[in-house]
Design a protein around this ligand. Structure first.
Ligand code: GTP
Ligand code: MG
Length: 632
């Protein structure tokens, strides 16, 4: 069974709705006003099952559009997902303005299959029909509807003449429609929202890709609301799942009619990101009266949505009618768009269709449009080239598989084999879930060793550079940085010591005076026990300048050779260790100790005793109880 969406197109009153009814028995004009005025205002739907050319069952979902020029925006909301068009031209009127406008739109949307239907054949004589046929053939020359590839069939919905020929032509054309991939990520642009008694909120749309199942959770884009598919119908019948190419109705839990509207899209949760700017390949129609200027405001239509856009052109050069250009469009609303999606542009005022094109990138990285090799690749490259370009442009940051899925809309089954090729050839580096280009990896790796070298040079007294500091210097993502460090350690280009990274064999190399000074500072404190000298006096007696001496002290403190217990007092760690032993011995005699006992025990003056006791409190060796101390 093959599911296909058939759309009508053509000028007002040319018999589109009558044709759909003649084929399916369903009146697609569902609004009271439509019935009263005898014109189509909004989209109408119908369905038909018939045998395909090779005997398989064809499930045809019809989208009937209005022909009135005032309702082209409704037409645009329905025409987005069609596989096969019936271009309707009334034999008694031939080609009219919306015949042209609708046909332009079909071409811009990249519709590939169709049949031209000359309706109302009963209303003209044979000669007139022949003349119209020739006129129409001329009109279609060089397009996807060119004869004889694509037939022109004359019918009368009134008498039924030609309908069998039309069905046969539809069966043949349907066979040519490329099957959509049901495993792709699902997207359902909503074209109708209503409540149904006993059901609640219902939305309908053409499922343009993937599969939607009953009980599945979906996200509404762009609002982010999560909904559950409580019930599902395809062609008016209850089903467990809908697949791409089917008219689908969903009964949703988790949203009311006010929360949803035409133009929103349903897709799997947390898969995609909405955007307000897209880089595109744009075509300005030959029929556009004026060149399209940089920063022109336009109406932007894609799938069932419409918004206002501003066109950004590179070099600010206007686009001439009947030409193509790479451009950026900034949108007034956030929308879900993916590369490959088609769109239509209509002039801001007066509102006429002037062009359209294909989305190349819904996640542009640069603030301004840059027409470079990357954009050219996204415009014309194959999947491998496109993935490569998307990885390359992330430079040192790399990109996750998840982000690649979100950016391209391709499922993992499409992406994985391509990534495997890139990784195997060594062009791409894989770090956990991240992918990084080889040049970016090489570049980062080449920065690390010189950065460590430079650090050693500038900080001869330090044993190495802090990992975090180095990471910030190289501006690499933490996972990538860790992988690079690991690789360089394996290559014996660097060493890790705790939190520090250093060159192999690089301890602290001190100049003679510095080494001497360090020894003297240490000795000054080691030999005096708890009766330590003032730090500034020790420093003053050294051979090195004050800044260097300060640095040496900092190193001694960091290595815990010296311990600072107050702003002025610094002790050697051995002296403090000895003090702890003394206190422990004292505890055997009494667990209580006052300041006098402490002074006696250690032989220090009150000036030293108080800070030392406070230090011992902080270290939880003692605890202050009133004026005395309890030994813990
Ligand atoms: N004689 C004749 N009249 C037809 C035929 N098909 C449609 N009509 C008449 O043409 C008029 C318009 O037909 P519709 O089917 O409503 O036209 P439409 O293209 O759907 O019009 P819009 O949706 O408003 O663009 C109606 O009065 C139909 O009865 C036909 O094959 N023969
Ligand atoms: Mg109609």
């Amino acid at each position: 069974m093959k599911s296909i969406i058939v759309g009508t197109a053509g000028h007002i009153d040319h018999g589109k709705t009558a044709l759909v009814k003649a084929l399916t028995g369903i009146d697609a004009d569902r609004l009271e006003e439509e019935k009263r005025r005898g014109i189509t205002i909004d989209l109408g739907f119908a369905h038909l099952e018939m045998a395909g050319a090779n005997g398989e069952t064809l499930r045809l979902g019809f989208v009937d559009v209005p022909g009135h020029e005032r309702f082209v925006r409704n037409m645009l909301a329905g025409v987005g997902g069609i596989d096969l068009v019936l271009l309707v031209i009334a034999a008694d009127e031939s080609i009219k303005p919306q015949t042209r406008e609708h046909f332009d739109i079909l071409q811009l949307l990249g519709v590939r299959q169709g049949i031209t239907v000359l309706t109302k054949s009963d209303a003209v004589d044979a000669e007139t029909l022949d003349v119209v046929r020739l006129e129409v053939e001329e009109f279609l020359r060089g397009t996807f509807l060119e004869t004889p590839n694509s037939p022109i069939v004359a019918v009368s919905s009134l008498t039924g003449a030609g309908l069998d020929d039309l069905k046969q032509a539809m069966a043949t054309a349907a066979g040519e429609v490329a099957a959509r991939d049901p495993r792709a990520l699902a997207r359902l642009p909503i074209d109708r929202v209503f409540t149904m008694k006993g059901f609640g909120t219902v939305v309908t749309g053409t499922l343009i890709s993937g599969t939607v199942r009953r009980e599945e959770e979906l996200e509404v884009f762009p609002t982010g609301r999560h909904v559950r598919v409580r019930g599902l119908q395809v062609h008016g019948e209850v089903a467990d799942a809908a697949v791409a190419g089917q008219r689908t109705a969903l009964n949703l839990a988790g949203a009311s009619v006010e929360d949803l509207s035409r133009g929103m899209t349903l897709a799997p949760p947390a898969t995609f990101k909405t955007t307000r700017r897209v880089d595109v390949k744009l075509r300005l129609l030959a029929s556009a009266k004026r060149p399209l200027k940089h920063r022109a405001r336009v109406h932007f239509h894609a799938h069932s949505m419409e918004t206002v856009g501003e066109v950004e052109l590179s070099d600010a050069k206007p686009v001439a009618p009947d030409s193509d250009v790479l451009a950026r469009i900034k949108l007034s609303d956030s929308v879900l768009l993916l590369p490959g999606d088609r769109f239509i542009l209509r002039q801001f005022s007066p509102v006429v269709t002037i062009g359209g094109g294909t989305v190349l990138d819904a996640n542009p990285q640069s603030r301004k449009l840059t027409v470079d090799e990357t954009l050219e690749t996204l415009a014309g490259g194959d999947r491998l080239a496109i993935l490569k370009a998307r990885i390359w442009r992330t430079c040192h940051e790399g990109i996750s598989r998840r982000a690649l899925v979100a950016e391209t809309g391709w499922g993992k089954d499409v992406i994985e084999p391509q990534l495997a090729t890139l990784v195997k050839s060594g062009e791409t580096i894989q770090i956990g879930d991240l992918l990084l280009s080889r040049p970016a990896w090489d570049d980062l790796k080449a920065q690390v060793v010189p950065a460590v070298e430079a650090f050693h040079k500038q900080n001869p007294l330090e044993r190495g550079i802090g990992k975090e500091q180095l990471q910030v210097l190289t501006d690499a993502n933490p996972a990538i940085f860790a992988a690079i460090v690991e690789r360089l350690v394996r290559e014996k280009k660097i060493e890790i010591a705790g939190d520090l990274i250093r060159l192999p064999g690089q301890g602290v190399v001190m100049k003679d005076e510095e080494a001497e000074s360090k020894k003297r500072i240490e000795e000054a404190f080691a030999t005096t026990g708890l009766k330590v000298p003032a730090l500034h006096e020790v420093i003053a007696g050294l051979n090195v300048d004050k800044a260097r001496a300060q640095k040496i002290v900092t190193l001694l403190l960091r290595d815990k050779v010296l311990v600072k217990i107050s702003d002025e007092l610094v002790f050697h760690s051995a002296a403090l260790e000895e003090l702890r032993h003394q206190i422990a011995a004292q505890k055997a005699k009494s667990s209580k100790m006052d300041v006098a006992t402490f002074k006696e025990l250690t032989g220090v003056s009150r000036k030293y005793a108080i800070p030392l006791l406070e230090y011992l409190d902080r270290e939880r060796v003692t605890r202050r109880v009133g004026d005395a101390r309890e030994i813990l």
